[in-house]
Ligand binder design. Structure first.
Ligand code: IPE
Ligand code: IPE
Ligand code: MG
Length: 238
């Protein structure tokens, strides 16, 4: 995939977003929590549009965590169906705009067959696209990703002296995925919630009070402007 936009324009090469606040958005309106998830659909599309127009080559959205199974069964079932519908309804538009869609996490564990098939189909359809990679972290946990990499390393028979940081990165689910440059979390929470622990090592953090369903394209553009103002030193003093 060509490196363009992102870093070349001073913006992030890899933008990740923890989409939070759907439940609060709904309860503040006297609605069921799941109405908040539905209302978040437009924000997902806005994030994709903003990333494309800002030439961000990698956009990763945290959609369902390994801990979200602890929610009431009806909400979990809604989220499974909602995520299938988003892909069914918008996958074609993503494809026509050159977006490669990928899922990060554990599709084989507990995900309903119908959603697994939709995930697989959109990945296959968009495999060759190169305008942007949209990664949906679904049934994803940051520690789980690292645990999986360690297992692959042991299965490959590598010895301890061969283990570098790059060996670990190369044994993750997507070795081609770069480190995250900027993490945006909405809804006023200042925590990672087990998201992308490895790739967030030097990410710039942007925490917004905005609830996810209220996110628009301009919210994302403003966050990218904030990123451009940051001074990333990586431990140096320059
Ligand atoms: C984010 O919104 C969506 C998921 C985690 C799936 P929440 O559902 O966490 O909304 P709040 O945090 O309860 O408001
Ligand atoms: C993180 O949000 C997970 C996703 C956005 C998918 P949560 O709402 O589940 O996180 P906590 O419970 O506030 O830490
Ligand atoms: Mg939340």
């Amino acid at each position: 995939m060509a490196i363009r936009g992102g870093a070349a324009t001073g913006g992030p090469t890899h933008l990740a977003m923890i989409m939070d606040g759907n439940g609060r958005w709904a309860t503040r309106r006297g609605l069921e929590r799941v109405e908040g998830h539905s209302a978040g659909e437009a924000a997902i599309l806005a994030a994709v549009d903003a990333a494309l127009s800002s030439q961000v080559p990698w956009l990763t959205l945290f959609a369902f965590s390994t801990e979200n199974w602890n929610r009431p069964a009806a909400e979990v079932a809604f989220l499974m169906d909602f995520n299938r519908r988003v892909i069914d309804e918008h996958g074609g538009s993503f494809h026509s705009r050159g977006v490669r869609v990928r899922y990060m996490g554990r599709p084989e564990r507990r995900i309903p067959q119908v959603l697994r098939e939709a995930m697989h189909d959109i990945e296959e359809l968009t495999r060759e696209n190169d305008a942007m990679t949209l990664t949906l972290a679904f049934n994803y946990g940051g520690r789980d990703e690292i645990r999986e990499a360690v297992r692959r390393i042991l299965d490959a028979g590598l010895s301890s002296s061969e283990i570098t940081e790059s060996t670990i990165a190369q044994h993750m689910q997507y070795p081609d995925m770069p480190d995250i440059d900027m993490l945006v979390r909405t809804a006023g929470e200042h925590r990672l919630s087990n998201f992308a622990l490895w790739r967030l090592a030097y990410a710039e953090m942007v925490f917004l009070p905005t609830l996810w369903p209220d996110v628009t394209e301009s919210t994302v553009h403003e966050a990218i402007s904030e990123y451009r103002r940051r001074d990333r030193r990586f431990g140096s003093i320059a």
